[in-house]
Design a protein around this ligand. Structure first.
Ligand SMILES: [Zn+2]
Length: 292
């Protein structure tokens, strides 16, 4: 079944809500990268956030890049998404395994470590927007909430969750983001603060077979909420031979010549889907002609 994303708003316009079931999306990432359990959890949270934050973008063909650079064993994490429900991502060390936390949960914060969260919004007009904040816990949800507060002055609840099965497949993955709009009154704000205290976790909701609509209804219980849009989302890598050729051309004449003399061929592996592109000597000579 296709993964779903829902955008909703309270009728007074005070709160905006995004929720996603990204189970298939994260399963695909797990298969492409043979992710360990903790890597599936970390990258899965980032991909879920990427889908929701992509859905917030306006403009013509915008893209969003989330980048986590921590000093933990997982290394860099990247998720790239758009406003049409596509996301792709990778982490530097996909097979890293670290002990569970004392409460038996996967230690995403420990795997990520401390460092920076970077956000690049390319709205294809002007220069891209680039924001950066220090990681708070490395658990990703907290870090994104901090980013929204710090860089966009938008208080937000960011809840993300990934549940891994014994065979390393992804049992469920997804999340929700609630954003407090500037015109929101004190009463609504304190009502929201209270209601999120005793809420089920995202993985509890999804593993209880709640749909994305059920999630919204549950999270927004007591608020007059209207669903604005429901759409399909997916893991989608848009790499192509053409793009890889351009990457080689951009190396420049000198460097392509060196590759030809050294090995006589080149192989480029796509970070996002592990597809391999190989170029033999004849092809490299061809590409060298169009390089500077
Ligand atoms: Zn690819």
């Amino acid at each position: 079944m296709a993964d779903k994303l829902i955008k909703a708003i309270t009728k007074d316009g005070f709160l905006r809500i995004y929720a996603v079931d990204a189970t298939e999306t994260v399963n695909k990432a797990q298969k492409y990268h043979s992710l360990s359990a903790v890597c599936s959890a970390a990258l899965g949270r980032l991909l879920s956030a990427g889908l929701m934050m992509g859905a917030m973008l306006k403009g013509d063909d915008p893209t969003l890049t989330l980048q986590i650079k921590g000093d933990g064993p997982i290394g860099m994490l990247v998720a790239v998404s758009d406003s049409k429900g596509n996301v792709k991502g990778y982490c530097a060390n996909p097979q890293v395994d670290i002990p569970l936390k004392p409460n038996g949960k996967l230690d995403v914060g420990g795997a990520v470590g401390s460092g920076m969260l970077g956000i690049i919004k390319d709205l294809k007009m002007r220069e891209p927007y680039i924001g950066q904040v220090p990681l708070q816990t490395g658990e990703i949800g907290d870090d994104l909430a901090f980013y929204y507060m710090q860089s966009e002055q938008t208080p937000s609840v960011v809840a993300l969750g990934v549940l891994i099965d014994r065979d390393y497949s992804v049992k469920c993955a997804g999340g929700y983001i609630i954003q407090v709009m500037p015109e929101c009154d004190e009463q609504t704000l304190s009502k929201l603060e209270n209601s999120i205290q005793n809420m089920m976790s995202v993985t509890e909701m999804l593993s209880n077979n709640m749909s994305v609509t059920d999630m919204i209804n549950y999270v927004m219980l007591g608020f007059d909420t209207e669903i604005l849009e429901e759409s399909d989302v997916r893991y989608n890598c848009d790499c192509s031979l053409d793009r890889m050729e351009r990457a080689i051309v951009s190396l420049g004449k000198e460097q392509i010549k060196e590759i030809i003399e050294d090995t006589g061929e080149a192989e480029i592996c796509c970070h996002f889907c592990d597809r391999k592109y190989t170029f033999d000597t004849n092809k490299l000579i061809d590409l060298m002609k169009s390089a500077k």
